[in-house]
Write a protein that binds this ligand. Sequence first.
Ligand SMILES: Cc1ncc(COP(=O)(O)O)c(C=O)c1O
Length: 463
Amino acid sequence: MKNVYDDILQVVGNTPLVRLNSLTEGLACTTYAKVEFTNPGGSVKDRIAMQIIDDAEASGELKPGGTIIEATSGNTGAGLAMVAALRGYKTIFVLPDKQSEEKRAALRAWGARVVVTPTDVDPEDPRSYYKTAARLVEETSNSYYANQYHNPANPEAHYRSTGPELYDQMDGKIDVFIAGAGTGGTLSGVGKYLKEQNPDIKIIAVDPVGSLYYDYFHTGQLTQPHSYLLEGIGEDFLPSTMHFDYIDDVVRVHDKECFQMTRSLVMQEGLFCGVSCGAAVAGGLKYLRRHDRPDMNAVILLPDSGSRYLSKVYNDNWMRENGFLESESSMGTVHTLLSTREARDLITVPADAKVTEVIGLLKLHGVSQLPVVDSNNKLIGIISERQLLERALKGSRSNVAVGDFVQANYCTVSHETDISVLTDLFRRSKVAIVIQDGAPTDIITRIDLIDFISRTSGKRDIS
Ligand SMILES: Cc1ncc(COP(=O)(O)O)c(C=O)c1O
């Protein structure tokens, strides 16, 4: 007998690598997709579900008849529910309300209880999905909290299965590995394994606008996160399963390009996949275009299938309502904007500058905010006119160093950042700081963007 298994769990892993042919047109390198939706639970998360449950059984934390609880965007839940079904555990999953109805329905099909929580609340808010899961663990007897954001079994699963499997499939001839960053488990586990085989292999994370990984990687600062529609990737806190030591670069993507790329993956490559796959490919292609060479082999990991997103990315009404259907007009990059704007020197403030000095600088240069840097010229935040006014009204002292109360209300961009990404970023952040080699080199305000758009397109309506 061939391809016969003792149970469904033996089918997890050994997923195919499929070359991308159409979307990569114009690139000299060869790019493969690691197609994880062929896992029996429908996603890459089957791998971590098995490792998490195996480890918890071995340590005695998960006992017979116990209840597994998890805060999950859906896929980890599916994996855990599948293993639980075979091994006699109950499951409770907490999902943020932006997750698709299909994901909730799938979890219920495996017999899980599903608790839905609001998306737009702080991680520390008692209604957040992390806090709700923690409360359910306390209230449920004989329960086990899978905790994929802080469970070392998560990256370990990828270190033991995804990494070696991929390296073997490629006969070691892999130069770049690209994946979306959620818990960071995939990137950290695969990254660790691949770097152990060959430290020159580049590990690239893809992060949505609104998440904090991009800014954190490029500046070391935690900026203000905000909501976005992509599911499964990006975070508003730093999970301990995300190991930046193995990451060589973080590429940023925005909702629209990812939803459009997801559709292109189906229509041009025949890969019926989920939205974080579109994100990984959109971000991956940006990286590959910048580092392209003929002898390079890249692998992009595609985490799940399109079947869980039928009511969203594969629904024209939903796409239209969110403004994702019309074609992307190319307005250029931050570099285009800066090269057409009147040149101005960037004024930065050292972290030990006193409030009085900063007020003087703001007045002298007629600006309303300034970037604050440490002694190595690394950005640590911004200081604004409004913030100084609020402090003055509260009667705060003016001889204190501004480094102690900088704000995180900014976003960082590079010269390569697309103007459409910048437009998205300005929905929440007041200013964008241009970073090169970790140091701020320029500042872009909303007025700069409006001016650029109105100068470059007489016809475009910018109201
Ligand atoms: C659909 C989807 N894509 C990507 C990821 C990110 O993978 P990781 O958590 O290993 O970073 C997740 C994680 O939840 C996911 O559900």
